[in-house]
Design a protein around this ligand. Structure first.
Ligand code: UDP
Ligand code: MG
Length: 326
């Protein structure tokens, strides 16, 4: 065995049969080059994570694992979502890799940033963020909402690295710390800055999806943003909050109405104040309860301690054990 470090590249895939050939071509090219220039060990691996795809994704992954030594894969038992798939890959890969890079399957993130990340790692950084230096390929709407989101998170006191997504390098130690955050409502880009250690940034241009379509429609994007801010599946509580605001609004209208009535001398003494306090207080109470409810909802989903992913088959570990025997 060489004393070079072992790198694993974790790639979450959900129905990516259209891009996987090209992704494999580009990633193996990069990995082979890094191996040839003696930057990383020849045991380094690409780890595809099949997140319950319904197309030929897993079939392709197994085929590639057979034809390329550097390719391996992990199959999840169903669709767990991008964040769950990332975590599954990091869990398997970090067991025996010195550093793990996570990258999307669709080649939107420039693979040429990988050698730069490796260089930063060799210089001592344990967390290397891929930061995009343009958002030209995004729609104005996505750009606007993303900016608003980062601002709002900043306002809430959540530290994020703007314009960095889930393209990053983590040292084995950083992976361990990341995995020790046990929350179910995963928002990795919020957790990574909490890991600490020496960090660096690598800039790259984000491209269009190579093929296929986004697996993050607006619906998923909104849900993802909500996960970042709070939790999910507490819709009834949200409705209560809406109701609360509605009632507060009514109380304001009532205030104006009863004020007018009072000036015109049309009301009994005490009617205005009673009416307004009933409605205003009712509204404030509903809002307050719903805010508490948000947190109770969060506790509810965390306390169940459900698995964050379930691995059905792990070619990565099989291959690694096979190699270690030799
Ligand atoms: N993905 C996943 N599980 C999902 C949705 C997406 O593993 O449930 C993967 C997807 O295959 C891709 C990455 O997450 O590699 C990012 O998804 P996508 O490119 O569709 O998102 P976008 O770039 O449009 O935000
Ligand atoms: Mg994409």
């Amino acid at each position: 065995m060489s004393d070079l470090f072992k790198l694993s590249i974790v790639v979450p895939c959900y129905n990516e049969e259209e891009v996987l050939h090209e992704t494999t071509k580009q990633l193996t090219g990069i990995v082979d080059e890094l191996i040839k220039t003696k930057k990383i060990s020849e045991t380094s691996k690409i780890v595809y994570v099949d997140d319950g795809s319904k197309d030929k994704t897993w079939q392709l992954i197994t085929e590639f694992s057979q034809s390329y030594t550097v390719v391996s894969g992990v199959k999840l038992s169903r669709n767990f979502g991008h964040q769950g798939a990332l975590l599954a890959g990091v869990t398997s890969a970090s067991k025996d890799s010195d550093a793990v890079i996570t990258i999307d399957a669709d080649l939107q993130d420039d693979v040429n940033a990988i050698p730069k990340m490796v260089d930063e790692y060799l210089k001592g950084a344990e967390v290397v963020y891929g930061v995009r230096n343009n958002r030209d390929t995004d729609t104005a709407f996505k750009r606007g909402t993303a900016e608003l989101f980062y601002k709002f998170m900043g306002f809430l006191g959540v530290k994020l690295v703007p314009d960095s997504a889930d393209y990053r390098l983590l040292s084995q130690r950083a992976c361990e710390v990341l995995l020790s955050y046990r929350e179910r409502n995963l928002f990795l880009r919020g957790i990574v800055p909490l890991v600490g250690f020496k960090s660096a940034k690598v800039y790259y241009a984000r491209k269009e999806r190579f093929a296929g379509e986004s697996k993050y429609p607006l619906r998923k994007m909104v849900k993802f943003a909500m996960d970042g801010i709070t939790s999910f599946s507490i819709v009834p509580i949200k409705l209560i909050m809406g109701l609360g605001f509605f009632i507060v609004l009514i109380s304001i209208l009532l205030l104006i109405y009863s004020f007018v009535q009072k000036i015109n001398g049309n009301v009994v003494d005490g009617w205005s104040s009673l009416m307004i306090s009933i409605w205003a207080l009712g509204g404030v109470q509903l809002i307050s309860i719903s805010v508490i409810g948000e947190y109770v909802g969060k506790i509810f989903s965390e306390v169940k301690q459900r698995p964050r992913f379930t691995i059905e088959k792990d070619i990565y570990t099989e291959k690694t054990q096979e190699e270690n025997k030799r």
